[in-house]
Each structure stands twice: as structure tokens, then as C-alpha cells.
Design a binder for this molecule. Sequence first.
Ligand SMILES: [Zn+2]
Length: 68
Amino acid sequence: MVRRHRPTPERILRCPQCRSTDVFTDVTMFSGALYTCKQCGYKGPFILEEDVPSQPPPLPEGSSEDLP
Ligand SMILES: [Zn+2]
């Protein structure tokens, strides 16, 4: 197995302007993190973060989908 064990779920960054995930993180000493979007050229401290669950959540059993 080449994959590393990740205790925390992986996250993807999404551009708040064009919703692209082609976003880079620039960390500066003074202002913290700056994000740069490769698609629309957006640059700023605000970005959308989405969790990427490693496994899909289990479906609840005995739900209303169980029609007789
Ligand atoms: Zn963008």
C-alpha cells in the first residue's frame, strides 16, 4: 500500500467565484493564507472548503423507501 494514512478527511478547495476546484494556496507570513484560482484568477483569503468523505454515509435502514 502506497497510500498514506490520513486521520482527517481530505478537503478540497473551491473557488467562491467560479466554483472551480483548481485553487492554489499561498501562505504568507503576514496575512496568513491566500488562495489563488487558476480558472478565473480570483485571489483572496476567502475560499470554499468541502469535506471529501472517504466513504459514503450508510443509508438508514427501515426508512420510508421500504414500501410494502
Ligand atoms: Zn475561480
